[in-house]
Design a protein around this ligand. Structure first.
Ligand code: ADP
Length: 403
């Protein structure tokens, strides 16, 4: 009988072959046994052929502690050994093995190999290992070692099968490297945007001051003072742009100062900041009980301020009515800022969250950064933001934050 198969547990085999061995009814007991015996031999030979030809690395130990392990050709080729060589790392010849095994970058001793662990644990052990051969070739394999028991429930040997996951690991590593490169580039860009917008403020301030001086000096000259006026307006506009750009890059670059925050408090702070504008437009803001979440309070306040500020800016004919509500599902809280303003045409629902994207001209002041800032705040908290509106009957700006 082929060597490899002889060592496989009979009990295990019977699970596969018991039904196939039913002998014809006319045979006597001895013939029946003979028949079963030859059936079994034929099937064991089939099984050995299958195991030996399988492109999957397979190993079977001869003893419970796996001091002697036999491997099929697929495994032998992977390890760089012969099929008749003992592959156990707890064998006496383990030191001469032409390969080493690592788990998460750390060398694995023979006693920590999956077969030995499966024997000690008495159950199947899943493992991912890196095989590094002396000739420089290396593989990642994933699989399991399963103890095979005798009738008294003692481990007799172990059976293990693996798959070569080298390609997957390489792809994962390449992906992680490009993600890291992207994160670095993003950080640099953030710092650049922050530094640039910060440094632009200083020269802009002096342009603004001199433009105002000129305006005063040439107050009598209509043309000169008109030009100086354009300069002053331009400087003011650029100031707002830089201010918003600074907020945007600050929101994305700094670490979040998270703590348990009652969103109702953050909302009230934002209403205080908007007080003048709320009065001016005779606006009414109502709100339900809002949840407590682990968030950055300053950023939540900014978020409400931008959304409610927009409800005032993009109001309709009637006095602005804004309602803030919250609902929860299993994983997140969804907050809604609903207004009775002019609404947002569905074809612009995505567009308006982009940087410097706006649907209005100079008639409504703004830089197109407000919603981009909102999106950044929400996303840096692991959430998402969107708008629901038919473009005529107000809008509902909604954002989901994880619990
Ligand atoms: P800004 O208000 O400076 O233009 P935002 O990023 O805050 O920039 O908004 C982008 C665009 O989205 C606005 O120009 C406006 O057209 C639209 N918008 C934002 N909020 C509302 C709202 N509550 N109702 C109607 N339109 C809105």
């Amino acid at each position: 009988m082929p060597a490899l198969i002889r060592r496989v547990e009979w009990g295990e085999l019977r699970i596969f072959y018991i039904n196939a061995m039913d002998a014809p009814a006319h045979l006597n007991d001895i013939d029946r046994l003979k028949h079963e015996n030859s059936e079994l031999r034929a099937r064991l030979a089939d099984l050995e052929t299958i195991i030996m030809r399988m492109p999957v690395p397979i190993a079977i130990s001869e003893d419970p502690e796996s001091n002697r392990i036999e491997v099929n050709p697929a495994f032998a080729a992977l390890l760089g050994i012969d099929t008749d060589q003992n592959a156990s790392l707890t064998s006496e010849s383990a030191a001469e093995m032409p390969f080493h095994v690592y788990r998460n970058g750390k060398k694995v001793e023979g006693s920590e190999m999956p077969q030995q662990r499966a024997y000690r644990a008495g159950h199947e052990i899943h493992d991912e290992l890196e095989i590094v051969r002396d000739d420089g070739v290396h593989y990642f394999i994933y699989g399991s070692a399963k103890p095979l028991f005798d009738e008294e429930g003692r481990v007799r040997r172990t059976f293990s099968a693996f798959v070569d996951v080298t390609e997957r690991k390489r792809a994962e590593k390449a992906l992680e490297e490009s993600m890291q490169a992207l994160r670095n580039a993003n950080d640099e860009l953030q710092q650049f945007a922050y530094a640039a917008s910060h440094d632009l403020q200083e020269p802009l301030r002096s342009i603004g001051s001199y433009a105002q001086l000129l305006q005063r000096r040439y107050a009598g000259d209509a043309e000169a003072s008109e030009y100086a006026g354009f300069m002053v307006d331009g400087v003011a506009r650029m100031n707002t742009l830089i201010h918003d750009l600074l907020i945007y890059s600050r929101v994305g670059s700094g670490t979040l100062r998270r703590r348990e925050v009652n969103l109702g408090n953050a909302l009230q702070w934002s209403l205080l900041n908007l007080e003048r504008s709320l009065q001016e437009h005779k606006a009414t803001v109502t709100y339900d009980a809002l949840p407590e979440l682990i968030v950055d309070e300053g950023q939540m306040c900014q978020l409400f301020q931008n959304l409610i500020g927009n409800s005032l800016k993009y109001r309709g004919e009637l006095a602005p009515l804004v309602h803030v509500s919250a609902e929860e599902d299993e994983n997140e809280w969804i907050l809604t800022v609903r207004d009775n303003g002019i609404g947002v045409d569905p074809k612009f629902h995505q567009h308006i969250f982009g940087v410097f994207k706006r649907l209005h001209g100079r008639e409504v002041p703004g830089t197109g950064m407000g919603l981009a800032i909102c999106r950044r705040i929400v996303e840096s908290h692991g959430g998402r933001i969107w708008v629901e509106s038919d473009g005529t009957h107000g809008s509902a700006f909604r954002f989901a934050l994880p619990k």
